[in-house]
Design a protein around this ligand. Structure first.
Ligand code: OOG
Ligand code: MG
Length: 256
């Protein structure tokens, strides 16, 4: 199977909510550069079907997330505009396989960030807003099991995102130690703070800009950047209510 066929397989797995075998099992020589190419082809397929780019995401930027999926390197992917979930909306289960939710910090830029050589100070200077967010991941692989190359090819399991409305930029100095809880049906299932993400989630934005530069891409102003799950992700099924609580704002949804 060539990279084009793999990209089609993964896109159809998402559209038909049918998980597939890990690519690294079908093609043992599948490399990181193949994986990045498959991710890119997948984006082009989505775009040809009318999808729009809503932003970029970093993943596996916290120890909790790395241990969760047993992959120990940060990864990057993209978000499609059609996967944005309105604040405190409904998450439809009929388009998902085995979804999980994770609390994240979202960043929006007022100026484009173009690497290589982007520094943390460049990031801070370019920020329009920092927002509470959550991401839904839904691996297209059977059993939610994958290797590094598999998960990159699968656009880092991206399946949905919600961004809050309270801009935390005025509190940027307190961001790292803001306490966050994740509740499922009222019970606290995870707690954490943004410092879990590389010590500072803004470092995740820096890495993203420098990593996109390897493909001559930048982070444009106005797009959403997800910096990576703060805690382990939490699985949910139809009927569950999820709430991610920050000191300033609660993001919630019901799975239907
Ligand atoms: C991989 C995607 C990781 C994050 O925030 O760490 C990710 C996965 O967990 O399926 O989005
Ligand atoms: Mg994530």
């Amino acid at each position: 199977m060539n990279n084009q066929a793999i990209a089609e397989l993964l896109r159809n797995a998402m559209l038909n909510r049918t998980p597939v075998t890990q690519i690294s099992k079908i093609r043992p020589e599948f490399s990181l550069s193949d994986a990045n190419e498959v991710q890119e082809i997948g984006f082009n397929l989505a775009q040809a079907q009318g999808e729009k780019l809503a932003g970029y995401k970093m993943g596996l930027t916290s120890k909790a997330k790395q241990r969760d999926v047993n992959v120990f390197e940060p990864i990057r992917g993209y978000m499609l505009a059609s996967t944005e979930i309105p604040k405190n909306g409904i998450v439809k289960m009929n388009s998902r396989i085995h979804p999980r939710v994770e609390p994240e910090v979202a960043v929006v830029l007022k100026e484009e960030l173009r690497g290589p050589g982007v520094t943390l100070r460049d990031v801070v200077r370019s920020i329009e807003g920092i927002y509470p967010a959550l991401e839904i991941v839904d691996s297209r692989y059977e059993g939610f099991i994958f290797k590094l190359e598999d998960v990159i090819a699968d656009n880092t399991s991206a399946a949905g995102f919600m961004v809050g409305r309270v801009n935390l930029l005025p509190q940027i100095d307190e961001l790292n130690l803001m306490g966050i809880t994740v509740r499922k049906n009222g019970a606290i299932v995870e707690t954490g703070a943004p410092a879990a993400v590389l010590g500072d989630p803004l470092l995740s934005v820096m890495s993203l800009a420098n990593s996109l530069a390897e493909e001559a891409k930048s982070i444009p102003a106005g797009l959403v950047v997800l910096t990576g799950g703060i805690t382990q992700s939490v699985s949910f099924v139809k009927g569950d209510k999820i709430e991610v609580e920050w000191p300033q704002e609660i993001l919630s949804f019901i799975a239907e």
